[in-house]
Design a protein around this ligand. Structure first.
Ligand SMILES: Nc1nc2c(c(=O)[nH]1)N[C@H]1C(S)=C(S)[C@@H](COP(=O)(O)O)O[C@H]1N2
Ligand SMILES: [Mo]
Length: 372
């Protein structure tokens, strides 16, 4: 086989795919580690855009990997069905192992990319809770990539030595597009897929990112994932007898909205950075969490639990590590971009902290508990 459908192309596209998969794996592990705190992992509070960057990269690389997977599969497709020439039991066994590992590799990567894509499109057609399954399968995909790399190393080295401008060499009749054409088309497809979506986190590209699932629409210039209606908090969040309760052991104090507004107000520019890859910066104003804790006599040495008015569910309560509790940028926000928080952004008040996944920026706060 000569032309674009050969190892010289497969190896080059494979390297690009390997890089995107590696970036997805590492950034995905980070995201998982932040959501599941452990004593040996601490996520920094600065720079404030860190999670916006790592998770934006996670989703951007996942999207870039889609055309790469398609081209790589296309380039090896005929070979997958070539009848085995191996003789003897050992030969057959080795061949079975090789084919089996490719099957696992392709299945795991396609699974990760498709579930990730469906998740950012918020089209939950899969019948399982996304995070743990996507997380577990990442290890299968990463392991399969390593095995595949190890097995194919000699072929890859040889293929990379071949020029992409010489298709097969003298005496070969070229079939299909040239190597150069296929590669150029591939890089172009990656660029188009990236530019068409990355505006959901890169403000400069908002206008050209026509396929971005989220890019700045939503009340007060910030997208909303779960509305107050969907969370079932419309009545409780707009009730006139709303109170925020702050608890530290046996000490507790409740605050009315007016009391919160009467406390010193601080403004911070911080992003909401969703695990789905979209992010948006906003100007948040409200009470510094540490000040609120000080008002009940609590220090900032412990983790703090944020409890929402939302009925119990995966997003209704989160734990804020002490590092973030201490950070003077961590706010119980009452306002966004100069206006009272929209009900969908967490009115009467919500948590906003630096460099933190959106899913942990609890909206519609009802209770703050110091954990000891
Ligand atoms: N109580 C509660 N807080 C929540 C959520 C939720 O469903 N319930 N969604 C989270 C998610 S996934 C994100 S990305 C941010 C989005 O905040 P925004 O709607 O103000 O943009 O809120 C977070 N806070
Ligand atoms: Mo989110």
């Amino acid at each position: 086989m000569t032309g674009g459908r050969d190892v010289a192309v497969t190896a080059r596209v494979g390297i690009a795919l390997g890089i995107t998969v590696a970036v997805c794996f590492v950034t995905g592990l980070l995201s998982h580690a932040i959501a599941h705190p452990s004593p040996w992992f601490g996520w920094p509070v600065a720079p404030v855009w860190l999670y916006r960057f790592t998770q934006g990269l996670h989703v951007a690389c996942g999207i870039a990997a889609i055309p790469l997977v398609v081209v790589k599969l296309w380039s090896v497709w005929p070979k997958l069905f070539v009848r085995s020439r191996s003789r003897g039991r050992l030969g057959v066994l080795v061949r079975l192992l090789e084919r089996g590992s490719i099957l696992v590799l392709v299945a795991a990567i396609l699974f990760e990319l498709s579930t990730g894509l469906l998740n950012i499109a918020q089209w939950y057609v899969f019948g399982f809770y996304f995070p743990p399954v996507h997380y577990a399968m990442a290890y299968v995909a990463a392991g399969a990539v390593l095995v595949h790399l190890a097995v194919k190393l000699p072929v890859i080295r040889r293929a990379l030595g071949e020029s992409v401008d010489k298709d097969g060499g003298a005496g070969y009749a070229r079939t299909g597009p040239s190597r150069r054409t296929v590669l150029r088309g591939t890089w172009l497809a990656v660029a188009v897929a990236t530019v068409a979506t990355v505006g959901q986190t890169v403000p400069l590209l908002r206008r050209v990112s026509v396929l971005a699932p989220r890019s700045g629409e939503g009340p007060q210039g910030v997208p909303v994932n779960r509305t107050a209606l969907a969370a079932g908090v419309v009545t409780t969040a707009s009730a006139s007898d709303y109170r925020l309760t702050v608890v530290d052991g046996s000490r507790a104090r409740t605050f009315t909205l007016d009391e919160l507004r009467a406390m010193p107000q601080t403004t911070q520019h911080l992003p909401i950075a969703c695990v789905e890859g979209w992010s948006a910066g906003a100007q948040w104003s409200g009470v510094v969490l540490a000040d609120l804790l000080a008002a009940v006599g609590a220090d900032t040495d412990s983790d703090v639990r944020m409890v929402s008015l939302e009925p119990p569910g995966p997003y209704s309560r989160t734990v804020l590590p002490a590092r973030h509790v201490r950070d003077a940028r961590t706010l119980v926000a009452l306002r966004i971009n100069g206006e009272t928080l929209n009900l969908d952004h967490g009115y009467p008040c919500r948590l906003i902290a630096a460099s933190r996944p959106g899913v942990l920026q609890t909206k519609w706060l009802s209770r703050i508990e110091v954990l000891r």
